[in-house]
Every structure is written in C-alpha cells, then in structure tokens.
Design a protein around this ligand. Sequence first.
Ligand SMILES: C[S@@+](CC[C@H](N)C(=O)[O-])C[C@H]1O[C@@H](n2cnc3c(N)ncnc32)[C@H](O)[C@@H]1O
Length: 252
Amino acid sequence: MKPKKIDPPELKQKISDTWRELINDLGHQNVDVDILQELTEDLRNKTEVLETFRKYLPCSPLAPTNNFWHRYFTPQKELNKRYRLSHQPLWSWIIRNEPSKTLEIGFGKGFNLLMFLKLNPDCDYFCFDLFDGSFLFWYFEKRLYRKILEKVKAIDSVHLFKGDTRKTLPKWVDKLPSMDLILIDGGHSYEVCKNDWICSKRLMSSKTTVWFHDYSYSQEVDRVVDEIDEDVFSKKVIRPKIGPYFVKVEKK
Ligand SMILES: C[S@@+](CC[C@H](N)C(=O)[O-])C[C@H]1O[C@@H](n2cnc3c(N)ncnc32)[C@H](O)[C@@H]1O
C-alpha cells in the first residue's frame, strides 16, 4: 500500500479557513475561558495550576488525545489544530471529489458533518452512531455535542440512525442508496468494524471510496483492513501530518 501525494497549498488554505470559520460559528474558541468559569466549584483551587499547565505543557504531536492528562492540560486551540491536521487528507478529498452521497459510521462530535455542510453543502449525509455521547470527555464537549446535534437534525439532507451498528446497519443497508464516500470510524472492535465493512461493501458502486480511520492505531481495525481481498479491492494508506492513518479502499 502506497502513501498518497501531498495536498497543494490552496487546498490546505481552504481547509484551515473553513475550520476557523466553523470554530468561530460554534464559539468553540472561548471554551478555555468557559471551562474555568463554569467548573468553578470543582476547579477553584486548581485554576492557577491548570492555567500554568495549559500555557506551558509541551504538546507532543504524537501524544494520543484520549489520554486523560493530555486532554486535561492541552489548550483547546491546540486540540483544534491537531484535529484539523489529522483530518486534512479526508477533507481535501471531499473538496476534490464533491461526493453527493456520504455515509459516516461513527459521528464523534460531528465535525466531519459540519465540514461537509461547509465544503460540500449539497451532499446527502447518512450517519450511524450510538448517539449517546458516552465517549465525551468534558462538560464543554457535551454542551458542544448537544448544540451540533440540534443544529443538524433540522437539515433535510442529514439522516441520522441511532443504535449499535451491529443491529442498525444490517437492518437499513438494503434501504439506503449506494454511496460516493463511506467513512468507517465507529466501534473499533474487530466484530463491530468487520460488520461495518461487510455492510459498507453492499453500498459500494464502482465509484465509491471507503475510508477507514485509525489504521495503525487500533490492532482490531488493522485486522479488518488487512483481511480485505486485494484481488477485488485496491487499498492505499493515507498518512496525515499527525494522528492515526486512514486507508482508502476502492473496487478494482
Ligand atoms: C472515533 S468516534 C468517530 C469520530 C468521527 N468519525 C470523526 O472523524 O470526528 C467513534 C464513534 O463511534 C461510535 N460508536 C462506537 N461503537 C459503536 C457501535 N457499536 N455502533 C454505533 N456507533 C458506535 C461512538 O459513539 C463514537 O461517536
């Protein structure tokens, strides 16, 4: 599997401008201040320590963001930057290819959908997730999550399917149209990821591109990707500037 070529600078610029606009829309940049104000009781005595760490803790670009202490002390702006850089190849692909039907398995905080709405607003977006917010880390993330869900639920081209994909995907797959883009980034166990791939295959045409996230990061995802039949599908590893790899899969 070969790495992909580097994006041209104008594409990178477009992504970082769109990201900045999105973050501004959500008021996300003020989150540091909000946390310190809203978690007052709990953090009153820790504020000074927190602020010192927020400013001075060196953030390794390779440190996992789901590590409690790293998340606790990493400034929100740094997390935003890391997220943007780690998803840049996917968003560049969206700008170049303008998919008209997309399936995302694993909503996360909904940032891919928000980027879609800005970069490719005519796209029909289908998403399967537990939508229980259980993976959210901080109060501010829960607030942001609710705000995003509220914002997108009203949009006609957005179709959200709640529940475990081991049940929901097999139930819905025959009723869905074939997709231009599928992002597999839901449950990372072998069983869930394998189910997501098996169902995704049924939504692929000769023009569909499937992106797996977290290759090289989750051994169970690696196993699903490594088992994909290379006689039938081509696979290409995509390495973002930081964070886990993507793998792009297409029919040969
Ligand atoms: C890593 S996050 C997705 C991140 C998102 N795709 C992004 O790029 O920002 C994983 C998501 O998978 C969802 N998830 C985990 N196990 C699942 C399952 N069995 N069925 C449906 N969704 C699941 C979680 O609720 C979470 O939203």
